[in-house]
Ligand binder design. Structure first.
Ligand SMILES: [Zn+2]
Length: 447
C-alpha cells in the first residue's frame, strides 16, 4: 500500500490551504466508505504447506466438527449478547455477561480492566509470545435503542447484531472448538471483549490495553474480528482526526448591535475554505463537516457557533497535511471577521477541541505475520485480499506491532443502521469461521 503522496500532491494540498482555489468536487466515495482500495492478493505464502498440514490434521477436523455441532449455541450466544445494550461508554453489562461466557470456556487470569475491557488467558506451551484475539463490545446505538432480536426466516435483525456481536460469538465458538479438540498453541492467547471501538469511544479500550494496562508491553501480535468475509485481511489502519471547533463572540441584538463581530461568518468562511481543500485519492484521504451547531435565536447575534469535523487517511503524512491545513484555516477566519466588523463589544475567539484521534498504521503484506494468515487462504485456494480500515488494530499497528482485523465469519448487512442483521446459514458460516480459526492457530503456532 502506498502511504505517501507525491510531494507535488502534498504541495497542492498545502497550497490549497493557504489560498483556496475555486471549489473542487470532492473525490467520489468508494463503495465501502470505511475501507480504502482493495489491493490484489500477494504472491503465494511461504507458509502454505504448514497451513495445508494444519487444515488436513485430525485435530483441526475435530475442531471444525465442534464448530458445526455448536453452531446453534454460537447463534444463541450472539442473540443473548445483542440483547444487552452496549452504547459507547455503556458497555459494562454486556462486558460482565461476556466475561462469564469466557470463564465458562476455561480461560484463566479473568479480569475487567480500568477501561472496561473484559479478558481471559489461554495458556500456550511456551515460546510463542502473547497473541491477543479481540472483538468489541460497544455498538453505535444509544441506550434507548430497541435491541430485541427479530427472526425472519434465515435472517436475524437487531441493531448491533453484526457489528460486532458476531465477532464476540465467533471467539466463543473458536475457543470451544480448539478446547474440545485439545489443540495447543505455542503462544499464550488473550481473548478480549473490548470497549470504545466505535466513533466516540476513540479506541479507548485498545489505548488502555496497549498504553496503560498490565499487558501493555507484553503483547506480540494482535487480531481483531469484525463482520466481514473470510477472504479479507485488514492490514492497513485508516487514521482519523476529529475536532469540535467553536467560534465565540460578544453576541448581541441583531438590530441594535448590528456591525458587531459575529462568529457565524467566521465559521462559514472556515467551512468554505476547508471544503475547498484538495486531497489525494491514493492513499484515500477524506474530510467531512458532520455537525453544525450554535446560535440562540433568529434575531440574536450568536455567542457561539461550532462545527465538528472528521478527517481520515491511510497515509500518515496525508492525514497530517489535511489536519495542518484545517488548523491553519481557523485563525485566519477569526482574524478576517475581527477585521471586518466592530470589536468594541469584544472579539471573535476560537475554542478548538480534539474529539477523536486514531493513528494511521500498517502491517506489511510481506510481514511473516500477515503471510502466516494469508497461507490459510492459499491452502484453501481462496487467496486473501487486503484492505485498510478503521478498527481496533489501528492502535497496535501504530506501535509497529503485527496486527490485523479478520472477518468474524458470518454474513451481515446494514451495519450501524436500525435494520442491521445477519444471515443464519450453518454450512457456509462454519466454513468461514473455520478459516478464521485456522488463521488464529497459524498465528499462535498450533501444534
Ligand atoms: Zn466494528
Amino acid at each position: 500500500m502506498k502511504t505517501r503522496m507525491t510531494s507535488a500532491a502534498l504541495a497542492a494540498l498545502l497550497c490549497a490551504a493557504a489560498a483556496p482555489a475555486l471549489a473542487q468536487a470532492p473525490a467520489k466515495p468508494a463503495a465501502q466508505v470505511d475501507f480504502g482500495n482493495v489491493r490484489p492478493p500477494a504472491p503465494t505464502s511461504p507458509y502454505t504447506k504448514q497451513a495445508k498440514a494444519l487444515i488436513a490434521g485430525k485435530a483441526f477436523k475435530a475442531a471444525k466438527a465442534t464448530l458445526a455441532a455448536g453452531y446453534d449455541q454460537t447463534v444463541a450466544d450472539i442473540v443473548t449478547l445483542t440483547e444487552i445494550p452496549a452504547p459507547p461508554f455503556g458497555e459494562a453489562e454486556k462486558g460482565k455477561a461476556y466475561l462469564a461466557m469466557l470463564a465458562k470456556e476455561g480461560l484463566t487470569d479473568l479480569e475487567t480492566d480500568a477501561a472496561g475491557n473484559v479478558m481471559g488467558l489461554r495458556k500456550g506451551t511456551g515460546g510463542g509470545g502473547l497473541l491477543v484475539v479481540a472483538a468489541h463490545l460497544d455498538t453505535v446505538f444509544p441506550a434507548s435503542t430497541d435491541v430485541k432480536v427479530r427472526r425472519e426466516g434465515d435472517k436475524l435483525y437487531a441493531p448491533g447484531i453484526g457489528d460486532d456481536t458476531v465477532g464476540l460469538g465467533s471467539i466463543l465458538a473458536i475457543l470451544r472448538a480448539i478446547n474440545a479438540a485439545g489443540i495447543q498453541t505455542k503462544s499464550d492467547i488473550l481473548f478480549v471483549g473490548d470497549v470504545g471501538e466505535e466513533g466516540p469511544g476513540d479506541l479507548r479500550g485498545m489505548k488502555e490495553l496497549f498504553f496503560k494496562g498490565k499487558y501493555k508491553d507484553k503483547i506480540d501480535a494482535f487480531i481483531s474480528l469484525e463482520p466481514s468475509g473470510p477472504t479479507v485481511i485488514v492490514n492497513g489502519g485508516v487514521g482519523s482526526k476529529r475536532y469540535k471547533t467553536t467560534f465565540k463572540g460578544p453576541g448581541g441584538h441583531s438590530m441594535g448591535d448590528f456591525g458587531t463581530v459575529t462568529p457565524a461568518p467566521a465559521l462559514a468562511a472556515a467551512a468554505r475554505q476547508f471544503g475547498e481543500l484538495k486531497v489525494p485519492s491514493d492513499p484515500r484521504t477524506v474530510y467531512n463537516i458532520g455537525l453544525l451547531e450554535g446560535g440562540t435565536s433568529v434575531n440574536s447575534i450568536p455567542f457561539a457557533v461550532s462545527m465538528t469535523v472528521d478527517m481520515r487517511s491511510s497515509g500518515k503524512a496525508e492525514l497530517k497535511a489535511v489536519e495542518d491545513a484545517y488548523l491553519a484555516i481557523l485563525p485566519k477566519a477569526v482574524e478576517a471577521e475581527n477585521a471586518a466588523r466592530s470589536t468594541k463589544r469584544g472579539v471573535i475567539s476560537l475554542d478548538n477541541k480534539m474529539v477523536g484521534d486514531r493513528p494511521v498504521g500498517e502491517t506489511p503484506i510481506t510481514s511473516p505475520f500477515v503471510q502466516q494468515l494469508a497461507a490459510v487462504g492459499d491452502a484453501l485456494g481462496k487467496p486473501m485480499g487486503y484492505v485498510a480500515g478503521s478498527t481496533d488494530a489501528n492502535i497496535p499497528m501504530s506501535l509497529g506491532k503485527p496486527a490485523v482485523t479478520l472477518g468474524a465469519g458470518f454474513v451481515t448487512f446494514r451495519g450501524h443502521s436500525l435494520e442491521e442483521g445477519m444471515e443464519v446459514n450453518k454450512d457456509r458460516d462454519v466454513e468461514s469461521i473455520a478459516v478464521t480459526m485456522a488463521q488464529i492457530l497459524m498465528a499462535a503456532g498450533a501444534r
